[in-house]
Ligand binder design. Structure first.
Ligand code: NAD
Length: 484
């Protein structure tokens, strides 16, 4: 098998890095790629190239600029299978997931933001001036400038493009740094940019890690005008400190410890099915995944049993098998973290309803990063397993009696990303939506996102909004104009 070489893309040219780092398959730990780690000097040159490209890119008529985005979307679709294999290779996620979500939505992000850039409204008012005249006030949007995009490994192409697409659409130039765990699809995106004629310097790629590597070089660079980051809350805090001396805009999509509230009057089958999907989607590695489930007491025992049935029925398998429902975690390092929570849960007093270990296949997958879908009950609310994000295929289920108690439990977390509510009572739906502290609330639906709905967190889950017309604010400066 050839080991793919993943190079940096700077000022329209692919470059080796100062050193390389290995990418292993999470399925069987085989070496699949080597990524070229960018040096500080290479990041400096990428930033300089992005600055040189900025004036012409920002000045392009919006139709021409967004034509480039449409070409990027088409370019991804033309190489759909390359992207699909790269994403599956990096993450081990099932082809059913990557083929229906990651890659199509990676392309669709460019279309959605091209459309938004072409149709965006401008705010305008007539104002009375102090001297009795009238003034026209309006605000229009200027690009931030050179934007650093730092993305995580769980939905590598999807989350990278939902930052890169709006940044480019609104006239910014970009330095992107994908996660070191999933460097492949970003490299393909750079190839598509090259092949579709995106001007040199508009989109640059530097591979590497966080501290002491490309991540830190980007966040501390004096000539980067804004940072958009998705990843762990602790990393967000480190980046906030790093950008503070430059007083730069940052937008953060961070971790979660999302709750689902299941009321006794809910459509039982829909609630079980939706909750199972929300817990185990992408092996629990979606920031919106449910990790805390609270069920009203009359249906609690039945719900736990039914959810456990779903977990046991999940087909754990090879990612390229169309029937696989759950693949491995992204890496053996991440599996060690998840397994440490499996051990901690037992110490903290959990009852392991199902799972709690590592599946044995008797083939090459035993060297990979698989874990069993897992359900706990019986933990006290103070347990670390209830408080900390595990980011694996696991949830804790606990009973509640009243609506007030359910909302209090849902809000008893430092995070505030997503929450689900399962009930047929309209009043209950309304009060839960109103009182749950989260960036998005899903009613009788599994967790999801679309390009049209604003997406983001509160509390330690971040701030700023992505996607939708609100999301573009993160990539623009509004300039207010007053004409008397
Ligand atoms: P991570 O924070 O470890 O890494 C994310 C990115 O930041 C990587 O590219 C990494 O190299 C870089 N990085 C790490 N330290 C850095 C530093 N000091 N300076 C600059 N860059 C640095 O996150 P991860 O493990 O890749 O992703 C999983 C986490 O992301 C989970 O907590 C998950 O909840 C969160 N997440 C949140 C959302 C959301 O929208 N809220 C979406 C997906 C993932």
């Amino acid at each position: 098998m050839t080991i793919r070489q993943l190079r940096n893309y700077i000022d329209g040219r692919f470059e080796d890095g100062a050193s390389t780092f290995d990418k292993h398959s999470p399925v069987d730990h085989a070496l699949i790629a080597q990524a070229h780690e960018a040096s500080r000097e290479q990041v400096d040159r990428a930033v300089a190239a992005a600055h040189r490209a900025l004036p012409a890119w920002a000045a392009l008529p919006v139709v021409q600029r967004t034509d480039h985005l449409l070409a990027l979307a088409d370019g991804i679709n033309r190489r759909f299978d390359d992207f699909l294999q790269a994403e599956i290779g990096d993450t081990g996620k099932p082809v059913s997931w990557a083929g229906q979500i990651d890659i199509p939505r990676g392309a669709a992000n460019f279309r959605a933001f091209a459309e938004l850039a072409r149709t965006l409204d401008m705010e305008s008012y007539m104002t009375d001036t102090p001297d009795g005249r009238q003034a026209l006030n309006y605000a229009y949007r200027k690009p931030l400038g050179v934007v650093g995009v730092i993305s995580p490994w769980n939905l590598p192409l999807l989350l990278l493009t939902w930052k890169v697409a709006p940044a480019l659409a609104f006239g910014n130039t970009v330095i992107m740094k994908p996660s070191e765990v999933t460097p492949s699809t970003a490299t393909l995106l750079a190839e598509v940019a090259h092949d579709t004629g995106l001007p040199p310097g508009v989109l640059n790629l530097t591979h590497g890690f966080g501290p002491g590597s490309a991540g830190e070089f980007i966040t501390t660079h004096p000539d980067i005008d804004g940072i958009t980051f998705t990843g762990e809350s602790a990393t967000g805090a480190a980046i906030m400190r790093a950008v503070a001396p430059g007083v730069k805009p940052v937008s953060f999509e961070l971790g979660g410890k999302n709750a689902a509230l299941v009321f006794a009057d809910a459509d039982f089958e829909a609630a079980v099915d939706g909750t199972a999907r929300s817990v185990f989607a992408n092996c629990g590695q979606v920031c919106l995944c449910t990790e805390r489930v609270y069920v009203q007491r009359p249906i609690y025992e039945r719900f736990v049993a039914a959810l456990a049935e779903h977990a046991r029925a999940l087909r754990i398998g090879w990612p390229d098998d169309a029937d696989t429902g759950m693949g491995p975690l992204v890496s053996r390092e991440h599996r060690d973290k998840v397994l440490s929570y499996f051990a901690l849960a037992r110490e903290e007093g959990a009852t392991v309803v199902t799972g709690g270990g590592v599946p044995v296949f008797g083939d090459a997958r035993d060297a990979g990063a698989y874990v069993q879908p897992t359900i706990w009950t019986g933990l006290p609310e103070s347990a670390r397993c209830i408080k900390e994000e595990v980011f694996g295929p696991v949830c804790h289920v606990a009973p509640f009696d009243t609506e007030e108690e359910a909302i209090r439990l849902a809000n008893d977390t430092r995070y505030g990303l997503g929450a689900s509510v399962w009930t047929t009572d309209a009043g209950e739906q309304e009060r839960c939506v109103e009182e749950i502290e989260a960036g998005q609330v899903f009613v009788n639906a599994m967790v999801a996102s679309t390009a049209e709905m604003p997406f983001g967190g509160i509390k330690r889950s971040g701030y700023g909004r992505e996607l939708s017309a609100l999301g573009i604010r993160e990539f623009c400066n509004a300039k207010g104009v007053w004409i008397a």
